[in-house]
Ligand binder design. Structure first.
Ligand code: ADP
Length: 336
């Protein structure tokens, strides 16, 4: 192995820079050259590449975003695009490619592997934590921190005014950010994809819950965490509905892309560092078409396709605690 390439693709995630740094430092340690393609798969098609040396990644791990840029590239789904990409990689004598991104990006990596003979390694870079084969993804811890921080701030004002708030968080089609931030900030209610799938919450049930909680507590706030895509029109529409149809004043708050910025949490910097080195060492061991992951503090590898075909479930116990134990409405009868 003499030369490898790396790119970041899809939605950016805090810790991507730490991952890049780790790849470059590990490659340097093993005397391997690193070429970065800028702007994800688009850059791979346009041959937009730069050499990355340790000096280029010296002090980047404390920043979110990605210094080599990320992008979406619809065209890459086509066979012709993967063939062009393979030709570009071969023309630069690249032995292996590391793709840092979410499920779409890892699908893209697998697609490329159908048309290229070099080694293809994925790294889980997404705030959504929706990839199988790793306990957590790079960026997830930071997103949860930011959501928790926002929920805490909302709580201050909500409590002062005895208000109902709906805070909409990211997560794509998974409730990981929603569940963990709700637990960390003591939210009264969660609307998560996994819960909505089994038993969709109705507005009337929600209104009943809000009234019951207010009744039990006498006064105070009610803060709800809503995962994106789980209510038609999102937090704004739900708040309007509660206000207009049920005479329940309610304020929406959309966190949006704030969840992807600021200093990455230590857990993300460290996970990214470990997985970046792991990805390079996987290449040295001849691995191909796998994602570098971390399970129970052990570096693991999973077939690329499993990373999106299989699903990590939400932690059952956290769900139970939030939903049953911490739910003032669901009190158990005392044993006689
Ligand atoms: P993320 O990686 O964050 O999930 P996207 O789903 O937008 O982000 O995917 C990022 C990019 O990966 C897409 O713009 C496209 O270039 C590539 N990609 C996604 N799905 C596929 C696929 N099925 N085949 C090939 N490339 C894909």
């Amino acid at each position: 192995i003499q030369r490898i390439a790396v790119l970041t693709s899809g939605g950016d995630a805090p810790g991507m820079n730490a991952a890049l740094r780790a790849v470059v430092l590990a490659a340097d340690h093993y005397n391997i050259e690193v070429i970065a393609f800028r702007h994800g798969y688009q850059g791979l098609l346009d041959n937009e590449h730069v050499v990355l040396e340790p000096k280029d990644v010296l002090h980047v791990l404390q920043y979110s975003g990605t210094i080599i840029k990320s992008a979406r590239c619809k065209l890459f789904k086509e066979d012709a695009a993967a063939i062009t990409a393979a030709q570009n990689l071969d023309a630069l004598s690249i032995d292996a490619l590391i793709v840092i991104g979410g499920d779409g990006s890892l699908r893209g990596a697998d697609h490329l592997a159908n048309h290229w003979s070099g080694q293809v390694i994925g790294m889980p870079g997404t705030i959504d934590n929706d990839l199988y084969g790793t306990d957590t993804t790079i960026g997830y811890a930071t997103a949860v921190n930011i959501a928790m921080d926002a929920l805490d701030k909302i709580r201050d004002t909500a409590d002062a005014m005895d208000r109902v708030f709906i805070v909409e968080v990211m997560g794509r089609y998974a409730g990981f950010i929603g569940l963990r931030s709700a637990m960390a900030a003591g939210a009264e209610r969660m609307i998560l994809p996994e819960l909505q799938k089994d038993k969709p919450l109705t507005v009337s049930a929600l209104v009943k819950h809000i009234h019951r909680v207010k009744e039990i507590r006498g006064e105070g706030s009610y803060v709800m965490v809503l995962s994106e895509h789980q209510w038609p029109g999102g937090a704004v529409a739900l708040a309007e509905q509660l206000d207009a149809e049920y005479d329940l004043p309610c304020r929406p708050c959309l966190l949006g892309h704030i969840q992807r910025g600021g200093p990455p949490a230590p857990a993300d910097r460290i996970l990214a560092s470990e997985l970046g080195v792991h990805a390079v060492e996987l290449i040295l061991r001849g691995a191909h078409r796998v994602m570098a992951g971390m399970r129970a503090n052990q570096c693991v590898e999973v077939p690329l396709n499993e990373s999106w075909e299989k699903k990590n479930p939400l932690t059952e116990n956290l769900l139970r605690i939030q939903h049953e134990i911490f739910n003032p409405v669901k009190k158990k009868q005392r044993n006689k």
